[in-house]
Write a protein that binds this ligand. Structure first.
Ligand SMILES: [Zn+2]
Length: 117
């Protein structure tokens, strides 16, 4: 992850810093550090695995941006896109997959961590 390019936008990075949203570090460029912006995968993680369809997070999440399709995207605009995408057939297939796998250990869960040792 940490390298010569910003993990958020892909431009040259200036430093590695801790995410403000989860215990992980990313390479950032000056613009993304100052925004503040987080990688798109962080927003996806928060939407899919932490929040309730984008709701239920601390209000501070509204201060954050991600970078998608060459532009910064606020949390509120991100969740609008995600909620709209729920009507797409791809999303419905994904939901079907999730329902089939309900109850199985999830990536990053304690069960999976034990299996890795
Ligand atoms: Zn950047």
């Amino acid at each position: 992850m940490a390298g010569d390019t910003c993990d958020v936008c892909g431009r040259p990075s200036v430093r590695v810093a801790s995410s403000s949203l989860a215990p992980i570090s990313w390479a950032f460029c000056t613009d993304c550090l100052n925004k503040p912006a987080e990688p798109l995968c962080m927003f996806a993680y928060l939407f899919d695995d932490v929040s309730d369809n984008g709701d239920g997070l601390r209000e501070e999440i509204n201060d954050y941006y991600t970078f998608k399709d060459g532009a910064y995207l606020s949390w509120s605009d991100y969740i609008k896109q995600r909620r709209k995408a729920k009507n797409d057939s791809h999303y419905r297939r994904l939901q079907g997959y999730r329902e089939q796998n309900e109850g199985r250990p999830k990536a990053g869960s304690e069960e999976i961590q034990v299996l890795k040792l």
